[in-house]
Design a protein around this ligand. Structure first.
Ligand code: SF4
Ligand code: FES
Length: 281
């Protein structure tokens, strides 16, 4: 019996261990490259919110100050990572893609919701004050509990439900005009910045909020949406804690890192709800 590993089509694909090592090398190289751009003698001052309910002397919320070397192109996320790696490995925050795609590092930076990986430190006044997203329970340091936000997103049933499914050889086509209409609404990365900035959501825990309403818009106005589902979705957004709670304050639109015209989308859903309730005798 042969003991050789059979050749497969994937023999060029590196195994997980090799891949991890490669990724580590790439990160190291990127870090060294960044270090080469360090601006001699200059530092960035950060004031970072700290809180740890599991450690007796850290249960009282406070701010810690860090000074990290400044480099060209430094983002708030870079600064936080440097502070953690250099001074305090317990400093806790979320991040993943580092390129405004995963939505995990939305924070309250200098009094405004922002993605840490998309925000350049040079654009901010110092000390840069970094806090967790407001109106969410803090789990630890800069990490908040996002479960309620995800529940609101799920409550608008964010999935396609066409009246007829296409056959195996068919495509479900969308006109370029319709694609254009829903284009911006598809850009949401579930970061929660809009919800955190909304005064109405802060006062009404059941309000669906801008991100969920935008998600409803995204499917409601897609011409491939099934008629029944469209009606059901409109009922969800019309309910007591739906579109009518929006007071057109635009705070969500201002902070959205993907530039989605959230307030406009909520208004469009309001118009649909009005049309839906018009009665002619
Ligand atoms: S709508 Fe914008 S701010 Fe709100 S969750 Fe999506 S990407 Fe974030
Ligand atoms: S780290 Fe993914 S959006 Fe910032």
């Amino acid at each position: 019996m042969s003991t050789e590993t059979p050749e497969t089509e994937d023999s060029d694909v590196p195994d997980p261990q090799t891949r991890r090592l490669k990724e580590k090398e790439t990160r190291k190289a990127a870090k060294e490259e960044a270090a080469a751009d360090v601006i001699e003698g200059e530092t960035v001052e950060l004031k970072v919110f700290r809180y740890d309910p599991e450690i007796a002397d850290k249960q009282e919320p406070r701010f810690d100050t860090f000074h990290v070397p400044k480099f060209e192109g430094m983002t708030v996320l870079d600064a936080l990572m440097d502070a953690r790696d250099r001074y305090d490995p317990t400093l806790t925050f979320r991040h993943s893609c580092r390129q405004a795609v995963c939505g995990s590092d939305a924070l309250f930076v200098n009094g405004r919701q922002r993605l840490a990986c998309k925000t350049q430190t040079v654009d901010l006044d110092e000390p840069i004050q970094i806090e967790p997203l407001p109106h969410r329970p803090v789990v630890k340091d800069l990490v908040v509990d996002m479960e309620h936000f995800y529940d609101q997103m799920r409550s608008v049933e964010p999935f396609f439900d066409p009246d007829e499914l296409p056959g195996p050889d068919q495509q479900q086509l969308q006109t370029p005009e319709n694609r254009e209409q829903v284009k911006m609404s598809t850009r949401c990365i579930w970061c929660g910045a809009c919800m955190s900035s909304c005064n109405i959501a802060a006062g009404d825990n059941q309000y669906l909020g801008p991100a969920a309403l935008n998600k409803a818009y995204r499917f409601y106005f897609d011409e491939r949406e099934g008629e029944n589902r469209q009606e059901e979705r409109l009922k969800i957004v019309e309910e007591e804690h739906g579109v009518w709670r929006c007071q057109t304050q635009f705070s969500c639109t201002e902070v959205c890192p993907k530039d989605i015209p959230l307030t406009e989308h909520i208004q469009a859903l309001k118009r649909e709800a009005v049309k839906n309730n018009l009665k002619f005798w």
